[in-house]
Design a protein around this ligand. Sequence first.
Ligand SMILES: *Cc1c(COP(=O)(O)O)cnc(C)c1O
Length: 365
Amino acid sequence: MQFNSVLESLDIYEAGKPIELVVREYGINPKDVVKLASNENPFGCSPKVQAKIAEILPKMALYPDDSMYELKEALAAKYSVNTRQVIIGAGSDQIIEFAVHAKLGRGQKVLMNGVTFAMYEIYAKHVGATILKTTSREHDLGQFLALYKEHKPEMIFICTPNNPTGDALDKTQLYDFLDQIDANTLVVVDGAYMEYTAYADPKKAVMVDDITSRYANVLYLGTFSKAYGLGGMRVGYGIGARNIIEALYKIRPPFNITTLSLQAAIEALKDEAFVLMSLKNNFEEIERYYDFAKEVGFEAIPSYTNFVTLLLPSTQSSKKVAQTLLEKGMIVRDLTGYGLNAIRVTIGTLEQNSQFFERFMQYCR
Ligand SMILES: *Cc1c(COP(=O)(O)O)cnc(C)c1O
């Protein structure tokens, strides 16, 4: 059978390996498996979310409130924007999909960093768009601007802090760049880890109300999957000018998140203390990774997120290291597919991080 020809340029996306797979394939006791591969919150989610989920379980026969009013209201209040500037998705992944489909057609152009979140390119390929990338590992706005001027792309993705490298742009640099972009170019600013960045360095914190009121062509993305610990619930959001949000709404399927997800996100927003505890642990523990990197001779990219990217020397293959660790029940992300001889490790609890250091020393040295 023949399919849409754009599929010829696409592979099936391989998400982070689940704990179940390691148990099944390597016969490891589930309690000995440590997953530091998908940037999940090692403390799970707020206990308040769990209590709420238990309370609403009996209501599962009902469709969710498709207006998502309560969640949109809570986000609008948190970020000082209007509810009509907010759209909710099944993860911010889904908002990326809406945005690409709303803006790009076949042969139109999209610009992104050389090394960045894979879904931008995948969704752009769905619509047959032309993909332009910088040659940089970390965001290089000089290169972005040069490519922008040369090719006039219809859409730009900025991921700050960037996944999978962990670096973040200074807000002033970002604004200087945005000042030079045409009003008809949609710029997606993906802030999936912005809670971490805001905690680590206010200079790099992009405030949603600030950026969206300054720039009518910016769509800001946030998610409940990282700092709020709700990766399994699949809730993310987009915030921007009303005409952008209305365009995305035309593509959104009804009931695109579940009743459980909706309530979980609403409750999660009420427990900032949980988030703060998670952030504090993260930046205490990340120091141990920097020390570890020094000790074993790896380069750690300074991170503004809940993961650290360790660049390996050419004498050691990241693919092999990740595989060896996997067989010992330690799941980390190999970045060979991104053109880097590096592994990305999610910052876990104190015990999980100690396990990483121990297993690395035992099996990979
Ligand atoms: C995790 C992540 C997302 C989206 O995650 P969802 O679970 O779909 O909300 C988006 N962008 C980046 C850069 C991410 O790392």
